[in-house]
Design a protein around this ligand. Structure first.
Ligand code: SAM
Length: 240
């Protein structure tokens, strides 16, 4: 597949996430649910590759999945002893059943209709062992656009690299709650500057009640909605 949302942004996106996100804290939160439900074999979706690495160092057997080959290639540079799969979440079909499916990094934000969410949940169910769990985080309606993450300038850097992300978010629709986000990454490394444009990026936010209802419709067992590592999003846990 080419030209998916993150095909051209995987490199700069995952570097931005590398410096920006509190991976230890995120891995700690995920680890809590995995331990509680005795999970060992897990599917890890998306761009928080360094959180996956921490979980791997704690003994979890990881299958890393993204629908862009580019993000999977970035993960291959960081994760060892890992299975890598390029797949859309709605059509996930793995050879072995898993103990948990982890979607942290607000990836369900790209399921713009309830039908899409239910397709994804149905695929997750088919790839889980009995009593397996899903751990999914989501932006929350009317909190997604607060603070500076999708509005304004964020700069991350180390001694070799600076990334400035300049962005603006606006609400497009109420039901489902869909937001348009325009963003530019300016990357400066070794005296060279590169610009990556990410315009008309559509994000969906959910309410906690909406997630509970969608989980119940999917016939997964709703375990609960819980706090995330930051205020604008929440975690939902459900069980097969
Ligand atoms: C990079 S995260 C970004 C989330 C959000 N924009 C943010 O800044 O918090 C999104 C990841 O989800 C992946 N992704 C998006 N839609 C997907 C789908 N339908 N199936 C699997 N992976 C998907 C993208 O390729 C990307 O790696």
């Amino acid at each position: 597949m080419t030209d998916l949302l993150y095909s051209k942004l995987a490199g700069v996106g995952h570097l931005f996430y590398k410096f920006y996100f509190p991976h230890e804290k995120i891995a700690f939160i995920i680890d809590g649910y995995l331990k509680k439900f005795n999970c060992k074999k897990i599917v890890f979706f998306g761009a928080l590759i360094y959180a996956a690495k921490i979980l791997q160092s704690r003994g979890y057997e990881i299958t890393f999945v993204d629908y862009t080959k580019e993000m999977v290639d970035e993960a291959k540079k960081v994760l060892q002893n890992t299975k890598f799969v390029v797949s859309d979440m709605r059509t996930l079909e793995l050879e072995e059943k898993q103990d948990a499916i982890v979607l942290m990094g607000r990836i369900l934000t790209y399921m713009y209709t309830d039908e899409d969410v239910l397709k994804a949940f149905s695929a997750f169910k088919n790839n889980l062992k009995d009593s397996g769990i899903i751990v999914v985080d989501n932006y929350e309606i009317s909190k997604i656009d607060k603070g500076g993450y999708f509005n304004g300038i964020i700069e991350v850097k180390d001694k070799n690299l600076t990334i400035r992300r300049i962005s603006k978010i606006s609400r497009q629709k109420n039901q489902p709650a869909v937001y348009k986000w325009d963003c530019i990454y300016e990357k400066a490394a070794k005296g060279e500057k590169e610009i990556f444009e990410d315009k008309n990026h559509i994000l969906r936010a959910f309410s906690k009640d909406e997630m509970e209802e969608l989980v119940k419709k999917s016939k997964l067992k709703f375990i609960g909605n819980f706090p995330n590592f930051e205020e604008r999003s929440f975690i939902t846990v459900a069980q097969k």
